[in-house]
Write a protein that binds this ligand. Structure first.
Ligand SMILES: NC(=O)c1ccc[n+]([C@@H]2O[C@H](COP(=O)([O-])OP(=O)(O)OC[C@H]3O[C@@H](n4cnc5c(N)ncnc54)[C@H](O)[C@@H]3O)[C@@H](O)[C@H]2O)c1
Length: 358
């Protein structure tokens, strides 16, 4: 890979290769863009098949965080870190403390957090070496588990979509098909049920299905039947790439709006659902509640739940902004989401700097 050519093409700022022989740490921190503020993004630990694969992943994920944070209206840039190794076998205190020292070396330009393969305990080791870490479990005034907050933001986003399609954001009597009843999906069902929506649910974990069926008195279908369910709204809250050539022809919904990451298998699938008249809530816009919640920890006075929830409720407005850009530019919402992020970064790059001190 021609690293500088790639960094130039997508305007990356910094790539840090972190190595510590004693602990076996091999990590890459990628800071994509800090126009809006220090760059926030989690640390992923993954058994990459090659260093190249780790590099490609960290570059892709860091840029994704710039877009997510910018579109969410946060004063944060985008970054990500990856640690190469098996999270079940290769972890140690030494590894995460060594990594924490590299994060500290960036002097606040990079703020890390939990991600796939890392836990709150790992973050606590990092925190022994640096304060530039968010989402700590045991520390008072930490933002805690992001999942219920992500669910709240997703519910707000679904309402914004309903308002666009049916002229009212009430979900009463609307039928919502929820795929995945884990941390986010379960709480989303709660919000939807409380509002009087009809639910059709599925999960590959029977225990999760039974809990939701019992608690909310809803209909459950087999995992492969959720795509063809007769519903108004399809809410994917399980896995990525579920909007693809096989599933699109089965869909009966007018809206796709759920928390799962990377819902479109390929970018072109965003065009296909758009051409079928289905309103798609771009995943990184509607599932930004978690990062909005973590962001609140970094504000004056530390985490304030009410303030965080007020911010998360603006997912509704962000969906409205995406829809407005899609109409303005005659593009599908998945592309409009990128434009929303790019325009905010561009706006902050362009406003005049004024001097206040030496
Ligand atoms: N937790 C958050 O704050 C957050 C934030 C942003 C995005 N997301 C995304 O939202 C999604 C859900 O996150 P979560 O934290 O609830 O995860 P989770 O692991 O708690 O729940 C996922 C659920 O999906 C189920 N599932 C897996 N494969 C399935 C299939 N083929 N059909 C039906 N169900 C299936 C699992 O059994 C599980 O119950 C993920 O894509 C995640 O990346 C989560």
């Amino acid at each position: 890979m021609e690293i500088f050519a790639y960094m130039g093409k997508y305007e990356y700022e910094e790539l840090v290769m972190c190595h510590d022989a004693a602990s076996g740490l091999k990590a890459i921190i990628c800071i994509h863009d800090t126009t809006l503020g220090p760059a926030l993004g989690g640390t992923r630990m993954w058994n990459y098949a090659s260093e190249e694969e780790a590099l490609v992943d960290v570059l892709r994920l860091a840029r994704g965080m710039s877009y997510k944070n910018a579109a969410a209206g946060l004063n944060l840039g985008g970054a990500k870190a990856v640690i190469i190794g098996d999270s079940k076998k290769d972890k140690s205190e030494a590894m995460f403390r060594a990594f924490g020292r590299f994060v500290e070396g960036l002097n606040g330009r990079y703020i890390t957090a939990e991600d796939v393969g890392t836990t709150v305990e790992d973050m606590e080791y990092i925190n022994m070496e640096t304060n530039h870490v968010a989402g700590l479990g045991s520390i008072a005034r930490s933002s805690g588990d992001p999942s219920p907050v992500t669910a709240y933001g997703t519910w707000r986003g679904i309402k914004a979509c309903a308002n666009e399609v049916w002229g009212t954001d009430s979900l009463a009597e609307k039928t919502v098909a929820v795929q995945g009843l884990g941390h986010v999906g379960y709480t989303l069902c709660k919000y939807l049920h409380e509002e009087g929506a009809n639910l059709i649910v599925t999960d590959i974990c029977e225990e999760n299905v039974q809990q939701v069926v019992k608690e909310f008195n809803v209909e459950a279908v087999a995992p492969n039947k959720i795509y063809s369910a007769a519903c108004d709204i399809f809410a994917p809250c399980a896995l990525g790439a579920i909007i693809n050539d096989e599933t699109i022809p089965q869909l009966k919904c007018r809206v796709i709006a759920g928390a799962a990451n990377n819902q479109l298998k390929e970018a072109r699938h965003g065009d296909v659902i758009d051409s079928k008249g289905i309103l798609y809530a771009p995943d990184f816009i509607i599932n930004a509640g978690g990062v909005m919640n973590v962001y609140d920890e970094l504000l004056d006075g530390g985490y304030n739940h009410d303030r965080a929830m007020r911010k998360v409720s603006t997912v509704y407005n962000n969906i409205e902004k995406v829809i407005a850009i899609a109409k303005r530019d005659h593009i599908p919402t998945c592309k409009a989401a990128d434009v929303l992020a790019e325009e905010r970064i561009q706006m902050m790059r362009s406003i005049k700097k004024i001097a206040t001190k030496y």
